[in-house]
Design a protein around this ligand. Sequence first.
Ligand code: B12
Ligand code: SF4
Length: 521
Amino acid sequence: MNALLIYPEFPETYWSFKHALKFVGKRAAQPPLGLMTVAALLPAAWKKRLVDTNVEPLRDRDLKWADVVLLSGMHIQRESLLEIVERCRARGLRTVVGGPIASSVPAAELKADHVVIGEAESLIAGLARELEAGTARPVYQAAERPEMTASPLPDLSLIKMRRYSTMAVQYSRGCPFNCEFCDIIEIYGRRPRTKAVAQVLAELDQLRAAGWREAVFIVDDNFIGNKARAKELCVALAEWRSQYKTSFDFNTEASLNLADDPELMQLMKDAGFISVFLGIETPDESGLIAANKLQNTRRSLLESVATIQSYGMQVMGGFILGFDTDKEDIFDRMVDFIQKSGIPIAMVGLLQAMPGTQLFRRLWREGRILDAGDGDNTDVKLNFLPNMDATRLVEGYQSVLKRIYSCEAYYERVKLYLSRTHPRPGKGNTRQQWLTKSNARAFVTSIVRQGVFGRQRWSYWRFVLTVGTRYRHCVGAAMTLAVMGYHFQVMTQKLSKAIDSATQPAEPGEILLNETGRHAL
Ligand code: B12
Ligand code: SF4
């Protein structure tokens, strides 16, 4: 069998990092690890090719070569995925769709011949047999979530590694918490399952052998979901890194209670973690309680963030507007919090009720669901009726983005973060401190785009001067952040234009929703 694995295109969003990736000559942030894992699970005798449409076009000759097409994706990739499925159907090619989208979009809507809901490890052998025999069923779903020790070494040979800015390695799946809006726990469960440490080291060895020397994202839902196992891995990572003069930096996602465990933060620092994404969600405690995000309550969120930053880890934060508890002052409070936090990359989104979540079920019972959403929480399309006036919510959201991504505000946050990180002396230096080949390229492009042609060039040069005089110990991180800021500024301008043009119709009452409850935007 010739199996063609295809990853659909992402739309341009805050998360696509598209405008920053250009600076470093990359086409996408990360490779499709799900498909690389599925490829490794398919029979060894099958021939495999992988086309990630985010980094290369899908050619007719690839389709001609294939006997079966396997697609993966997130809800947000739906449009591109449906187009590809249609293209395959037109050629009479069999299609199999899996990945998170299969948990969010009903199988019938995906239009594929076969849909696989959930993780593939335990069912792929049966699916492959039935595909060969021509007896494959329309829908597959494993009865139980597999242990991650069953997950194979992802097939790295299938991707064009140099086109990505980061490589991905997964240690665990699932998260023990129970946030109302979260679909992670619905898809991957609340019992964190981890690979064996040796499996992760084998993946790192594979990356090193292939010549990779840049960042690695440990793509766990919550890296510290099982703290004991996280510590075990960190110790092994530190030892693994110490064999090499320069090695990878690690990034990951974790819950905020990381700040309560100095031992774990120290071990992460020693292991080479330079950033961590935290779901902070809102500075309003009543919103956190209502969303059942109790691990973020009864604490100073600002102090927790500063504690983690003091271990040399940049904090990236996820924030949500649109909780039922949000009052008119939430927009100012959000901006104030983000500015004081020293979180340069603040991902602020509008609440989305993802299908399958507890939030979706509650809002459905309350008669407030408008549609299944599109998986993008930054495109101002609400899929439920919020408590606050919808137009006001979108205006407030726009004002938050404009304020936090103004050049001045953004650089202030970067400087605050830099002032809180400490240089790491001697061996094991992380690459964020120095100008490496890739961030040197970013630096040069950034000077031209932001320093010469940018509209905010004076703010930019003031920032560069401050970095040159006060934060030379982390110049690499500073320049990377300058480039990322450019992406967020471009995205904020684009989003504002989209909102402004939609908010000037003759009838201002119809800004977001029309009488049928469908989106006007
Ligand atoms: C790394 C990551 C990213 C990376 C990009 C990774 C990439 N190249 O795709 C970044 C940080 C850029 C990102 C961004 C976003 N992400 Co993201 N991301 C993840 C994360 C943490 C890990 C993905 C991964 O590599 N997993 C490891 C692989 C092995 O797991 P897997 O893909 O699930 O694959 C398994 C099964 O699904 C199945 N399978 C997968 N594909 C296929 C195909 C076939 C044919 C078969 C049979 C089986 C199969 O088998 C695999 C092995 O068991 C996941 C969470 C998670 N646990 O997966 C969220 C997740 C995928 N992201 C999510 C979201 C919402 C987003 C954003 C839309 C966020 C936003 N608000 O804007 C953006 C969109 C990106 C954009 N450009 O706009 C959601 C998707 C929800 C959904 N139902 O679709 C997830 C599940 C997390 C969440 N709930 O918040 N993301
Ligand atoms: S902490 Fe994050 S991953 Fe865990 S349940 Fe809450 S939102 Fe989901």
